[in-house]
Design a protein around this ligand. Structure first.
Ligand code: FAQ
Length: 328
């Protein structure tokens, strides 16, 4: 059958696109999942690649501040726990790179963007870890913030991302408890240990609040990401929820959260707090945080050192495929 003369090829394509867009809109409206086989608008695909690859890079760069303490952890048990945690972060990075790959971007391309300094990763990993208590503060505050931000992502509209987040959140929850337990033990120790724990909390508290991103009125991506059911809550909503979670936990630990203006506001049913130092946040994002250069240098070195492993794995896969083809 031929198309009526007045229907050009372009208008047929347009009609198909409209139908596909309507199907996509309907899935989003029903709060259903979008899967890799489904048509999706380019902007949705790009946003997901942006967020998921940044998230993956964060997990991989996030291994560095803690791996710094593996060889110096205070006991064999602590060493084993820390090693397992750092390995978990590598696993999270791999699930997330795989989820991003389902959107059509290659692993190699994402890795190049990271090592050439063209990709973002979370600001939090550009701070240094001078004491053992930093391992406690990272677990309690950084993993705590990560859980708060990521539990809603388990319901992200893009299937592979949401499913990856389920397992990641379970592991982050264990990580947060181990951090809390490190701080609890230090806070029950000597005066020096207590000072060390408090100092780590003082240094990590504000950067952990910055993990949630810029304030809502300066967050260019939030509105669209929420309309697409990728993000479920705004940056400020999650930050507020996190602070509400921390206050009772800080009391149990016996540490002070370093904000003199932190007070419960009965009317708002939320905590009032001091203004975050957004200049510091923007400096870190611009590559001028305490450890930005070091993190990228180490990542580049690790990538180069690992070249032989990638080559060996590719060669092994090639031989296995050739063997299977011969057998067939
Ligand atoms: N750092 O418009 P928005 C972890 C960027 S994993 C750096 O609000 P969006 C586990 C943002 O990308 C931690 N950049 O953006 C672990 C955007 O830039 P672009 C990572 C930031 O996407 C624990 C621009 O600012 N978690 O901790 C940051 O709607 C311990 C404008 O911002 C995730 O990635 C920041 N803090 O919301 C591992 C979770 N904030 O791309 C090891 C998934 C914002 O336009 C040890 N991601 N930017 O150039 C998300 O939920 C979102 O992407 C947000 C940002 C909330 C981070």
């Amino acid at each position: 059958m031929t198309a009526p003369a007045e229907l050009s090829v372009a208008s047929i394509d347009e009609h198909r696109d409209d139908e596909a867009q309507a199907r996509f809109d309907d899935l989003i409206a029903k709060d259903s999942r979008i899967e890799p086989r489904d048509w999706m608008p380019d902007a949705y695909r790009k946003t997901l690649i942006r967020q998921i690859s940044q998230h993956a890079h964060s997990e991989i760069i996030g291994m560095q501040p803690e791996s710094n303490w593996i060889s110096r952890a205070p006991s064999l048990k602590r060493k084993a726990i820390l090693m397992a945690k750092v390995q978990d972060e590598a696993g999270h990075g791999l699930y997330l790179y795989s989820a991003a790959q389902t959107l059509g971007i290659g692993r190699e391309e994402m890795m190049q963007q990271l090592i050439e300094g063209r990709a973002r990763y979370s600001s939090i990993f550009n701070y240094t870890t001078p004491t053992w208590a930093d391992m406690g503060a990272i677990g309690w505050l950084v993993d705590g913030a990560a859980i708060c931000n990521q539990v809603p992502l388990c319901r992200a509209s893009y299937g592979p991302y949401g499913r990856a987040m389920v397992r990641i959140c379970k592991e982050e929850s264990f990580h947060q408890r181990q951090g809390f337990e490190i701080l609890l033990e230090l806070m029950q120790g000597t005066d020096e240990q207590k000072r060390m724990a408090q100092d780590a909390v003082d240094r990590w508290y504000w950067p952990s609040l910055m993990m949630f991103g810029p304030p809502d009125d300066e967050s260019p991506n939030s509105a669209q990401s929420m309309a697409w059911n990728i993000k479920r809550f705004s940056n400020d909503e999650l930050r507020q929820r996190f602070v509400g979670m921390l206050v009772p936990q800080a009391e149990v630990l016996g540490v002070t959260l370093p904000d003199p203006n932190l007070t419960w506001n009965e009317e708002r049913q939320a905590y009032d707090m001091s203004e975050i130092d957004w200049d510091e946040f923007h400096e870190v994002l611009a590559g001028r945080g305490p450890a930005n250069a070091e993190r990228l240098r180490r990542r580049r070195e690790a990538h180069e050192d690992g070249a032989w492993v990638r080559e060996a794995a590719a060669e092994y896969a090639r031989k296995q495929a050739a063997k299977a083809a011969t057998a067939a």
